[in-house]
Design a protein around this ligand. Sequence first.
Ligand code: DGY
Length: 321
Amino acid sequence: MRKPTIFITRKVPGKLLESYKDVFDIRMWEKEEEPVPREVLEKEVKQVDGLLCVLSDQVDQSVLNQSKQLKVVANMAVGFDNININYAKEMGVIVTNTPDVLSESTADLGFTLMMATARRLNEAAEYIKDGQWKNWAPFLLAGTDVYNKTLGIVGMGRIGEAIARRANGFGMTVLYHNRKRKREAERELQASYVQMDELLSQSDFVISVVPFTKETNKLFNKEAFEKMKESAVFVNISRGAVVDENALYCALKAGEIKAAGLDVFEQEPISSNHPLLELENVICLPHIGSATVQTRTAMIELCLKNIANVLEEKAPLTPVN
Ligand code: DGY
C-alpha cells in the first residue's frame, strides 16, 4: 500500500519526524530561514496528501488548485490568514492551526515588549554601547510605570487572557474589547468589557491580540491613535495588517502617543530602512511571539499530529475550517 506523502515547507529537527518515518513519505524544504519558493510549493502540492506550512507561506486558491490528493494543511501558527480556508473547505481540505500550545509564550513576549517599550530598554542598551554612559542622572532614560496602570487588551482570545493574567500580577486595571463578551474571563481576570473608543481613551497601554480579518484590517488607524492618551504605549503582537503603519508613524512622530512595541508588520520581513526603525520610541522585533524552543517544538508536534489524524481518518485535534 502507498504511504501518504507529506511536505514540510521549512527544515524542522529530524528527531521530531522520527516516529512518522514509517507511516509517511516525508518531503521537506531543507532550509530553515529561507522560505520555500512559490513554484516549489506549487509543484510539491501536486503530489502530497498533507502539507505542513508556516505563516509566511501563502496557501491561496492557486496553490490549492494545484493539489490532486491534498487532505490536510497544518499551519504552524495560531493565525491562519495566510490560507484561503473557505476555498480549502470547498475542496474538502482540512486546515488546522496551533492554538493553546503557544498562548503562554506569546503572552510572555507581549508583556516583555510592553515593559521593554515602557522602560525604554532598547534606548538604554544602545546608550551604553554608544559610550554615552558617563553619569547617573535623576531622569536619565526615565520611562513610564507599568505597575498599577491601565491595560487595554484588544482581542480577548487565549493569548489575550494569558496577558490579562500577567497584568493582574502587576496590579493593572484590565479593560478589554472583543467581538463577544467573555463573562467568565471578566470574573476570573477582573477584566472589564468596554467599547473600543473607551478602551483607546482610557488605557495607558493598548495591546493588539486580534486576528487579521476584513473587520480588523487597519483597525488601528489615524482616528484610533488620536483617541489614545498622549502617554499611551501601543503594542502589537497579532498581525501587522491590523495597523495602518503610516498613521502609527505619524502619531509617534507627532507625540500623539508615547511609544510602540511591534512584533509584527504589514509586509514581513521589514527592511532595515523601514521608517518605524528611525524612531527612538519604537521597539521592533522580527515576529518572535511564540519563539521559544519548547513552544516551537510543541507547535511542530501538534501540526504533525493533526496531519497524522486526518490521514488516518481520525478527527484533527485543532481544525479551523
Ligand atoms: C501565530 O501563531 O499566529 C504567531 O504569530 C506565530 O508566532
